[in-house]
Design a protein around this ligand. Structure first.
Ligand code: GTP
Ligand code: MG
Length: 315
């Protein structure tokens, strides 16, 4: 790596600037998106307690004086049961291509590693860049069990496979994050910034808004329904008053799911819309009128055409 600080700079040509990409990989629900948000200090990726929340690769940018890290949050690696799942796993795999550092994230809050962690580890082990193990949810690990958990998850990385370090962190409390960031920054080679310094993510505003609506739906729905939800932003009009009118559509796969999302007397949809409006206003910093409609798109998770329409990228 050619990333020494110095007046002459390096491959990027800008004096002493360091930059690079870091992929966050792991099974669903280990806290990759939470960690990504914590690392960049912004809520770029949505988070939920349901597995398979993240559906495509998201870039989140950390700006530091003299350095920039582009974190790639990825969908959880799992055994896909439909087209959507196959695209998600492919997106996670491809995120490893050409990154400076690959981070395998596990949930230290539960004993492990499990089958899902092993599956994710296989992908990360295949990468040729430096690799780190991050044991997240440190806040859930009893003090007396910390070393045993680290040792157990450490078995995912045989010493001969060239792993570069293990970190115990909490995306929730921030514990261990500064140390992890230092380790990542020190591994960034000389190079120019990839994004302007006021850019936090590669996701368009319309996508961010659709995701904030989906986040509120995931928070309130259960069983299979959250997995069947997709959201698009269809209208975006700045009114004379300065208020932004945003029309969004929440898709589900069956008529019965539509009834659940609307709820008794429309209560569920109102709750989702109201909570999402607050989040959108916070994000955009301006008053918003958010209009959410519910539609059925039968079996969209297994239809490439529907996945395209819903803006879910191919793998
Ligand atoms: N206690 C605790 N909970 C956490 C921590 N990090 C994440 N969580 C919770 O774990 C759940 C999953 O978090 P996500 O960030 O959505 O996990 P993910 O790995 O991105 O999940 P997928 O996108 O589904 O692959 C959420 O309920 C988070 O609030 C942590 O450090 N401590
Ligand atoms: Mg996620």
């Amino acid at each position: 790596m050619s990333g020494e600080d110095g007046a002459e700079g390096g491959a990027g040509g800008e004096s002493g600037f360091r930059s690079g990409f870091v992929a966050l990989i792991g099974r669903p629900n280990v806290g990759k998106s939470s960690l990504c948000n914590r690392l960049v200090g912004d809520r770029v990726a949505i988070v939920s307690d349901k597995p398979q929340t993240t559906r495509w690769r998201i870039a989140a940018v950390l700006h530091r004086p003299g350095a920039q890290i582009v974190f790639l949050d990825t969908p959880g690696i799992h055994k896909p049961r439909h087209q959507l799942g196959r695209r998600m796993v492919a997106a996670a795999r491809h995120a490893l291509d050409g990154v400076e550092v690959a981070v395998l994230v596990v949930d230290a809050g539960v004993p492990g590693p499990g089958q899902g962690d092993r599956r994710a580890a296989l992908h990360v082990r295949a990468a040729t860049c430096p690799r780190l193990l991050v044991c997240n949810k440190a806040d859930l690990v009893p003090e007396a069990e910390r070393q045993a958990r680290l040792d157990a998850y450490g078995s995912l990385l045989p010493p001969e496979s060239g792993w570069d370090g293990t970190f115990l962190v909490s995306a929730l409390t921030g514990e261990g994050i500064a140390g992890l960031l230092d380790a990542l920054l020190s591994r960034m080679p000389a190079g120019p910034p990839y994004f302007p310094d006021d850019v936090a993510t590669d996701q368009p505003e319309r996508t961010l808004v659709a995701e904030l609506v989906r986040e509120q739906a995931l928070e309130r729905l259960r069983d299979e329904v959250p997995h069947a939800v997709a959201v698009t932003t269809d209208r975006w009009e700045v009114r004379e008053s300065g208020l932004i009118y945003i029309g969004a559509t929440l898709y589900v796969e069956h008529e019965s799911q539509k009834g659940i999302v609307i709820g008794r007397g429309g209560a569920m949809l109102r709750a989702i819309g109201e909570a999402a409006r607050h989040e959108v206003e916070r994000r955009l910093g301006t008053p918003v009128y958010l209009d959410v409609w519910v539609k059925v798109k039968t079996g969209w998770r297994d239809r490439p055409g529907s996945l395209e329409t819903l803006g879910i990228p191919g793998g």
